[in-house]
Design a protein around this ligand. Structure first.
Ligand SMILES: [Zn+2]
Length: 122
């Protein structure tokens, strides 16, 4: 039995055999697409169509202006309260606004969902 060698190219069936893995059910290949804007795992569905299986990371894109954004402005007000001997932050206003740092458009809760902003920090 041959062992698998790093950097060597194999026929898919041969490699599967060397790994002791049944290639019978594997009809499509998966790939990692990695660039500056995103890293995803995708599957070749044939005819040039690629389906995204997993998003590892992705730069947020403003739903209003389409620009990449790394900052969301908020109108949130906090007070610093001295509680049990230490300073803690308390959010004062229940309702606050969130806006794109590029176009200043205000985001709706749906748009914040789209941007994957966690509920706890809104
Ligand atoms: Zn924007």
């Amino acid at each position: 039995m041959e062992k698998v060698e790093l950097g060597k190219s194999y026929d898919a069936e041969e490699l599967a055999k060397l790994c002791g893995f049944d290639i019978g059910d594997v009809r499509y290949e998966t790939y990692v697409f990695e660039g500056e804007k995103a890293k995803v795992i995708a599957q070749d569905e044939g005819n040039g169509v690629i389906k995204v299986l997993e998003i590892i990371r992705q730069t947020p894109i403003c739903p209003a202006c389409g620009e990449e954004i790394g900052t969301i402005y908020t109108s949130r007000t906090v007070h610093l309260n001295h509680v049990d001997g230490k300073w803690v932050e308390e959010q004062v206003d229940r309702y606050c606004t969130h806006a794109c740092s590029k176009c200043l458009e205000e985001f709706s809760p749906t748009e914040l969902d789209y941007l994957d902003v966690p509920e706890e920090i809104r």
